[in-house]
Design a protein around this ligand. Structure first.
Ligand code: NAP
Length: 557
């Protein structure tokens, strides 16, 4: 019997553990900590060789986070934030990994995490009200709660080009980068993809390879990040104001504590908008998006058009060759309709180098036909390459959850349930899969926000919910059909009223052939979302239903 069973009088637990948590990134680490603090038995299974999640896997050259360091971390512990000091405005992958290792050691988390252990399946037992979790090595674990902390961008997507097996050079996906790194000197390198990852990789690698060829299908709006070291006095100020910083971040749409120059741009002249943008361009990063309330930027097409054109002009001014510049200027989607990348290393000027070239592989250019033994064949030319880098992104939001075979009540699989797009209530649970919580799951704000804050909010909500269940003698929880339908409808409606539908993006699963295109994150903002979740909890988990399992042990009085 775990401490929690003893405390709540929930006697003779019929499972091996109270909770299985999948993943040891930001989500899994914090979930483990909170549940353990409350006396629950938890086992964490992590596919990777150590803690870190996204930051364990994404080790490609140039990998860095677009959220500013002082807010890309946990807010829950004064002790941790006092002991840790970030070195740059934006954290580089090795520093984030070091931070998560530090947290894991500080909270003594490793003793309950099992590395290189992949969860293959999870099956719900209706009578017992429990989950049977099977690992890839065959071990089976019975648990009451099954909690996924598998990340939103963790299942790599690689296009299925003919001929890759016969390629005589080496190839890598950026999110499965070899530990020992890749030596590019005297190599002809080809990179496919110009999303956030590709842009970081290209800026970092241009000039380090004999030649870098970029295969671009769709150009993007990259705003300068303006990275720099964090000075001591700046850090002092952050420390002195941390509580306020977190409060402002929690009360914001994106989970970032940045003021808006103006709430809405609707009443400003084009000249005034451009002046504001100029100032924000110098500040860089997501502060640019915050020139106006980000929701307005993503709902007002006219204002967005001014912003998009402003960035296009900036791009043209940086690229020497006008033909190359035009290829780099996005015109197919409004700014922000797909995740805007950041430019850390003068990305656009990379194309002014003689050893970097750009190939337009869109339908209007020369699409990639196949990989050959020597390189990449487009409809126009064969490009000789020693290394091919796939910066082609992820099966986002649902890919890592569906990579596990999850079977709920009456044999319904998650894959079947989500065949036409995910159906959840609050992005936290899905009907027919009782006691399965998804941290930053589809239809929660997740990727549209500063992730650690959204993760903390979910973890704390789940912890409170489990505690509530034990206090009230409930074995299982799941959403009602009505609340789930309403949540899916609301999420779609909010997205339909924004400009997201004007871009093909991984937000909607457009990047994965065959995947149903549906907008997946909750676009109403972290502030609104947090209020909804708090209200649901304080209304005795309105929209959820609790039950007692047929075979549940009888509680001792
Ligand atoms: P992504 O945004 O999905 O970009 C993938 C790129 O590969 C796109 O340019 C895409 O072109 C291209 N591509 C895919 N299939 C292709 C094909 N068959 N032929 C040619 N091109 C193809 O993936 P990502 O760059 O890895 O970024 C994903 C997300 O991860 C980001 O949006 C961000 O949220 C997160 N991320 C964050 C950071 C950070 O914080 N600094 C860094 C990296 C990633 P199309 O656009 O035409 O589809």
């Amino acid at each position: 019997m775990s401490d929690a069973d003893a405390r709540t009088g929930r006697a003779g637990s019929n499972t091996d553990v109270d909770a299985v948590v999948v993943g040891a990134g930001f989500s899994g680490l914090y979930m483990l900590h909170r549940l353990r603090e409350r006396g629950y038995d938890v086992r964490v299974f992590e596919k990777g060789g150590d803690v870190g999640g996204t930051w364990y896997w994404n080790r490609y050259p140039g990998a860095r986070c677009d959220s500013e360091s002082h807010i890309y971390c946990y807010s829950f512990s004064d002790d941790i934030r006092e002991q840790w000091e970030w070195t740059e405005r934006y954290p580089e992958q090795p520093e984030i990994l070091e931070y998560l290792n530090f947290v894991a050691d500080e909270l003594d988390l490793r003793r309950d995490i099992e590395f290189e252990r992949e969860v293959r399946s999870a099956t719900y037992d209706e009578d017992a009200g429990t989950w049977t979790v099977e690992l890839a090595d065959g071990e089976v674990v019975e648990t009451r709660f099954f909690i996924t902390g598998v990340g939103c961008l963790s299942e790599p997507f690689k296009p299925d080009f003919d001929g890759l097996d016969e390629f005589e050079g080496e190839w890598h996906h950026t999110s499965r980068w070899p530990d020992e790194g890749v030596d590019f000197s005297d190599k002809h390198v080809g990179v496919i993809g110009t999303g956030s990852t590709g842009i970081q990789f290209i800026s970092e690698t241009g000039g380090r390879a004999e030649h870098l060829t970029v295969f671009q299908r769709t150009p993007n709006y990259a705003v300068p990040a303006r990275n720099r070291p964090l000075e001591d006095d700046e850090y002092e100020e952050i420390r002195a104001n941390y509580d306020d910083i977190w409060e402002q971040a929690r009360d914001s749409r994106l989970g970032m504590p940045f003021d808006h120059e103006h709430y809405s741009a609707a009443s400003l002249s084009e000249e005034e908008i451009r002046e504001t943008l100029e100032d924000r361009w110098e500040q860089g990063g997501f502060r640019f998006l915050h020139a106006f309330e980000p929701g307005h930027v993503l709902t007002n097409a006219e204002v967005n058009a001014v912003i998009s054109e402003f960035i296009r002009e900036k791009i043209r001014a940086k690229v020497d060759d006008p033909e190359t510049a035009e290829k780099l200027v996005p015109s197919d989607h409004p700014y922000g309709a797909k995740r805007p990348p950041m430019d850390y290393n003068d990305y656009y000027r990379t194309y002014n180098r003689d050893d970097v070239s750009l190939v337009d592989v869109s339908d209007d250019g020369e699409p990639i036909e196949r990989v050959t033994p020597r390189g990449i064949q487009t409809t126009a030319e064969e490009y000789d390459l020693d290394v091919i880098v796939f910066a082609t992104g992820f099966d986002a939001m649902t890919g890592a959850i569906l990579a596990m075979d999850i079977e709920g009540r009456d044999g319904l699989t998650m894959e079947e349930k989500w065949a036409d797009g995910p159906r959840t209530y609050l992005g936290l649970m899905t009907r027919g899969f009782p006691n399965l919580f998804t941290i930053t799951g589809p239809q929660s704000p997740s990727v549209l926000t500063n992730m650690p804050l959204s993760i903390e909010q979910h973890v704390e909500w789940i912890e409170d919910c489990i505690d509530y269940m034990d206090e009230h003698g409930h074995d299982t929880i799941e959403p009602t059909e009505a609340s789930e339908t309403q949540w899916v409808t609301n999420t779609n409606m909010l997205a339909d009223n924004m400009l997201f539908s004007e871009a093909d993006s991984w937000y909607r699963g457009d990047n994965v052939p065959g995947k149903t295109a549906v907008f997946t994150p909750f676009p109403g903002g972290l502030d609104m979302y947090r209020d909804i979740c708090d209200r649901v909890a304080s209304d005795d988990y309105d929209g959820f239903e609790f039950s007692r399992a047929a075979d549940a042990p009888v509680a001792e009085q």
